[in-house]
Design a protein around this ligand. Sequence first.
Ligand SMILES: *[C@@H]1O[C@H](CO)[C@@H](O)[C@H](O)[C@H]1NC(C)=O
Ligand SMILES: *[C@@H]1O[C@H](CO)[C@@H](O)[C@H](O)[C@H]1NC(C)=O
Ligand SMILES: *[C@@H]1O[C@H](CO)[C@@H](O)[C@H](O)[C@H]1NC(C)=O
Ligand SMILES: *[C@@H]1O[C@H](CO)[C@@H](O)[C@H](O)[C@H]1NC(C)=O
Ligand SMILES: *[C@@H]1O[C@H](CO)[C@@H](O)[C@H](O)[C@H]1NC(C)=O
Ligand SMILES: *[C@@H]1O[C@H](CO)[C@@H](O)[C@H](O)[C@H]1NC(C)=O
Ligand SMILES: *[C@@H]1O[C@H](CO)[C@@H](O)[C@H](O)[C@H]1NC(C)=O
Ligand SMILES: *[C@@H]1O[C@H](CO)[C@@H](O)[C@H](O)[C@H]1NC(C)=O
Length: 296
Amino acid sequence: MTWTLFLLLGLSLAQTTFGWTYHFSRKSMNWTQARKWCLTNFTDMVVFQSQEENDYVVSKLPNRKGSPYYWIGITKSHKNETWTWIGNNSTWIGENSWAPNEPNNNHSTEFCVEIYVNTGPNRGKWNDEKCGNKKYAVCYKAQCTAAACERGRCQETIENTTCLCDPGFTGDRCETAVACPPLSQPDNSDLSCSGGNQVFNTTCRFKCHPGYLMIGLSAVTCGLTGFWSGPRPACSSYRRALLAVAGSGAVSILGCICFCWMKRRKRKKVAQVRSVLKCWSKAAPPVHTPCHIFSM
Ligand SMILES: *[C@@H]1O[C@H](CO)[C@@H](O)[C@H](O)[C@H]1NC(C)=O
Ligand SMILES: *[C@@H]1O[C@H](CO)[C@@H](O)[C@H](O)[C@H]1NC(C)=O
Ligand SMILES: *[C@@H]1O[C@H](CO)[C@@H](O)[C@H](O)[C@H]1NC(C)=O
Ligand SMILES: *[C@@H]1O[C@H](CO)[C@@H](O)[C@H](O)[C@H]1NC(C)=O
Ligand SMILES: *[C@@H]1O[C@H](CO)[C@@H](O)[C@H](O)[C@H]1NC(C)=O
Ligand SMILES: *[C@@H]1O[C@H](CO)[C@@H](O)[C@H](O)[C@H]1NC(C)=O
Ligand SMILES: *[C@@H]1O[C@H](CO)[C@@H](O)[C@H](O)[C@H]1NC(C)=O
Ligand SMILES: *[C@@H]1O[C@H](CO)[C@@H](O)[C@H](O)[C@H]1NC(C)=O
């Protein structure tokens, strides 16, 4: 991680190439002014969502010997409300964020929070304060922009920005559509693909040359995971297609004959059993009753 510190019109800027950058004011101001200063010059007042972020920012800020310390972006608007972070209404409060005996609401109007950045035991701890008091502003600047990820969402942490790609896209900036294996042109056909490439969301259409018959689907689409929606079709000459049809026709006819023959045999058996039963029931007790079993 390379940090460069430079001055710009009286502001100290701490800049990283990846992830949020943090910035502080050299002048103290009340909370409302501090937030305005952050919104005007950067993204917003600093927001912590973990102890790690809290400690990281503290490590980047110059120590103060005593008050004023730095404003952070968590407030409430009246006594009974929960502490809420600006921006997304998160209510994250770490296990040991508050300094001992804080928040104490000493003035019953202490609805803003300062962070101690000193060398003492309370370094990095929070204290509730009156919003009208003057402290230094700590702001962050987001590195994620609308254009950072072409087909995905930009996710930012303290030292890192990452593009989380939409399904079907890949690459550092989600700029590449997932490719399907190249389709070769079937014999005796024309192949045309929408957009020219064979990537996610492309549909390729096949057209058999005159005199040829398509066997299979005439179009396939490249799916999210880089697979075609179906197999490549084949183009068969009508003569071969007819032979194939005739062949399969012959098979079906044979099959039918076989089936009918089996069925007939079964029927015959049933008839035999029936006639035996008939003879038995007619001539009870069945003593050598001659029964003529006829065949159909
Ligand atoms: C920062 O924001 C304040 C408004 O709060 C403005 O007066 C000041 O000029 C800004 N500074 C820069 C460097 O943009
Ligand atoms: C705050 O809560 C206390 C008791 O918990 C209640 O007596 C008081 O009316 C509440 N104040 C407001 C402004 O809601
Ligand atoms: C935060 O909460 C306030 C009031 O409850 C609401 O007006 C605002 O839209 C919320 N903001 C977000 C980002 O959810
Ligand atoms: C609130 O926003 C911060 C960045 O400003 C982000 O890190 C955090 O995850 C968000 N929290 C929620 C609950 O959305
Ligand atoms: C409350 O504030 C006063 C000054 O306004 C201060 O003297 C006192 O020590 C504070 N009490 C606590 C518990 O912080
Ligand atoms: C913060 O300062 C501005 C400008 O000086 C003032 O208008 C505002 O009332 C102050 N806010 C608080 C909460 O004291
Ligand atoms: C950045 O964050 C992503 C996801 O959170 C992670 O996969 C990646 O390894 C991180 N990169 C660095 C350089 O820390
Ligand atoms: C897929 O293509 C269609 C039109 O060809 C388009 O409307 C749709 O947004 C595309 N889907 C994706 C995820 O790119």
